[in-house]
Design a protein around this ligand. Structure first.
Ligand code: UDX
Length: 436
C-alpha cells in the first residue's frame, strides 16, 4: 500500500515509521523544512526509544521518505493519514481543528484520483463529517472516503503500542472500498492478533475520548483515595492492589501520583467535557476529574512545603524528574510545572535534574537551576523530591544522597522507595497516600 502521513509529530512519525516497517511504502509530509531535514539526517524531533533506528532502517530500505511538498506527497496514495496537532483552543478548551481542516483542504485539492483520507489525530465527534463536507465541496469529481482511525499509543512505549495494540479502531460510513483499504493496511497486525474493529465514524471518534477520559478517571480516583489514605492512616498501594486484583477493575492505571499530565489526557478530557456541554449532555464525572487533577498538581507543591516544616523561604528543593512521565522529553502539562510554580511562590530555590527533558523544561521554568545528576541536585538541598519515575532514579544510593543534603527529607511522589529503605538511609520520608 502507498501511504501518506501528514504531520511528523509523535503520532505521525511513529505511525509512518511503523507502517513502513510493516512493508508499506510511506511518505511523511511536514511543512517544517528544518524538521524534515533533521529527520532525514537522523535527528528525531522527539525522544522516543527505538524511533531513530526504526526511521533509519526503513529510510535506508527506501520504504520511508520525507517531503515538505504535500501535493507531491499525496500523489498516487491509497490512503492519506492526517496526523497533525489538535491543541486545546486558547480560551475555551475546545480542540483546535484548524490544522486538521487546513490539511484536509490541501490534500483534497492535490488529489489526482479516488482516495481514502484517514484522521489519526484525536478529533471531536463530527470532525469526519466536516472533512467530508470539505472534500465534496472542493472535489465533487472524485470518490473520497473519510475514515476515523484514532491512535492509542503512549509516549515512551509508542512503537510497541503501535505494533502490538490492544485493538485498532476504524470508523467508516460503510464504504466497502474504505474498509478494504484499511484492512489491507493493518493486515500485518493480524499476526499479533490485534482485533481490527470497524465501527461508525462518529463512534470511532468518541471511542478515543472515552478511553482517555476513563483512564484519567481511574488515575484521579486512586489519587483521591491516596488523599483519604493519608487522612485515615491507610496505604494506597495496598488499596490499589486490593481493588486491582478484581478482574472487573484491573490493576493498570491505579498508581497514585502527582496527577496526570502529557499531551493527551489534559487536552482530551477537556475537549470531551466541552463536547458534552455542547450537546447538552454534561459528562459530570469527567468535569470533576479535570478540576481535581488541576488542583492536585499545585497541592503537591504544598505537600513539599509541609515536608520542609511548613516554611520554604530560603530553602532549596531538588526535583528528580521534570517530564510528565519517564522515557519522553515531553513537558506538556507536566505536574513539575505546577510544583515549581508553587515552590517558587513559597520562596524556595529549586534545582532539578531530568535525564531527557531539561532542554525543553529550562525555558519553561527559567528560575530553576538545572544540574547534571541526581547527586548534584541533592547536594546541600533541604528536600529531595521524586517527581518522575525514570528508571535511573529507581536504584539511587540513598545513604549517599542523604549524607550530601542540608536536611535529609525525601518526598517520593511516585512511591518508588520502600519506607524502611529510605528511613535506614537517614531520610525523613513523605509519600503519596501513605501513613509514612
Ligand atoms: C495516554 C494514553 O495512555 C494513550 O493511550 C493515548 O493515546 C495518549 O494518552 P501518554 O499521555 O503517552 O498516553 O501517557 P500515559 O502513560 O498514559 O500517562 C499519562 C499520565 O498519567 C502521566 O502523567 C502518568 O504519570 C499518569 N499516570 C498514569 C498516573 O499518574 N498513574 C497511573 O497509574 C498511570
Amino acid at each position: 500500500m502507498k501511504i501518506t502521513m501528514i504531520g511528523t509529530g509523535y503520532v505521525g512519525l511513529v505511525s509512518g515509521a511503523c507502517f513502513a516497517d510493516f512493508g508499506h511504502d510511506v511518505v511523511c509530509v511536514d511543512k517544517d523544512t528544518a524538521k524534515i531535514s533533521a529527520i532525514e539526517a537522523g535527528r528525531m524531533p522527539i525522544y522516543e526509544p527505538g524511533l531513530d533506528q526504526l526511521v533509519g532502517s526503513n529510510a535506508a530500505a527506501g520504504r520511508l521518505t520525507f517531503t515538505t511538498d504535500l501535493a507531491e506527497g499525496v500523489k498516487g496514495a491509497d490512503a492519506i493519514f492526517i496526523a497533525v496537532g489538535t491543541p486545546s483552543r486558547r480560551g475555551d478548551g475546545h480542540a483546535d481543528l484548524s490544522y486538521v481542516y487546513a490539511a484536509a483542504k490541501e490534500i483534497v485539492e492535490a488529489l489526482d484520483g479516488p482516495a481514502v483520507i484517514v484522521t489519526k489525530s484525536t478529533v471531536p465527534v463530527g470532525t469526519g463529517d466536516e472533512v467530508e463536507r470539505i472534500a465534496r465541496e472542493l472535489r465533487p469529481d472524485l470518490d473520497i472516503q473519510i475514515v476515523s482511525n484514532p491512535e492509542f499509543l503512549r509516549e515512551g512505549a509508542a512503537i510497541g503500542d503501535f505494533k502490538r495494540p490492544d485493538r485498532v479502531v476504524v470508523g467508516t460510513t460503510g464504504s466497502e472500498r474504505a474498509i478494504a483499504v484499511m484492512s489491507q493496511i493493518y493486515r500485518p497486525l493480524n499476526l499479533n492478533q490485534a482485533p481490527l474493529m470497524f465501527t461508525g465514524r462518529r463512534t470511532a471518534e468518541l471511542i478515543k475520548y472515552a478511553a482517555n477520559a476513563f483512564l484519567a478517571t481511574k488515575i484521579t480516583f486512586i489519587n483521591e483515595m491516596a488523599d483519604l489514605c493519608e487522612a485515615v492512616g491507610a496505604e494506597v498501594q495496598d488499596v490499589s492492589r486490593g481493588i486491582g486484583l478484581d478482574n472487573r477493575i484491573g490493576s493498570k492505571f491505579l498508581h497514585a501520583g502527582p496527577g496526570y499530565g502529557g499531551s493527551c489526557f489534559p487536552k482530551d478530557t477537556l475537549a470531551l467535557v466541552k463536547t458534552g456541554q455542547d450537546y447538552d449532555t454534561p459528562i459530570r464525572i469527567v468535569e470533576t476529574v479535570v478540576q481535581v487533577n488541576d488542583l492536585r498538581k499545585r497541592a503537591m507543591g504544598r505537600k513539599i512545603v509541609k515536608a520542609l516544616g511548613g516554611d520554604a523561604r530560603g530553602k532549596t528543593v531538588a526535583l528528580l524528574g521534570l517530564t510528565f512521565k519517564p522515557n519522553t522529553d515531553d513537558m506538556r502539562d507536566a505536574p513539575s510545572l505546577a510544583i515549581v510554580q508553587a515552590l517558587e511562590d513559597a520562596g524556595a530555590r529549586v534545582v532539578a535534574y531530568d535525564p531527557e527533558g531539561m532542554h525543553i523544561a529550562a525555558p519553561m521554568v527559567p528560575g530553576v537551576t538545572m544540574v547534571k545528576s541526581a547527586y548534584e541536585a541533592a547536594a546541600g538541598a533541604d528536600a529531595l523530591v521524586l517527581v518522575t519515575e525514570w528508571d535511573a532514579f529507581r536504584a539511587l544510593d540513598l545513604p549517599r544522597l542523604a549524607a550530601s543534603m542540608n536536611a535529609p527529607t525525601l518526598v517520593d511522589l511516585r512511591n518508588i522507595y520502600p519506607v524502611a529503605e529510605a528511613q535506614a538511609a537517614g531520610f525523613t520520608l513523605s509519600r503519596v497516600g501513605s501513613a509514612a
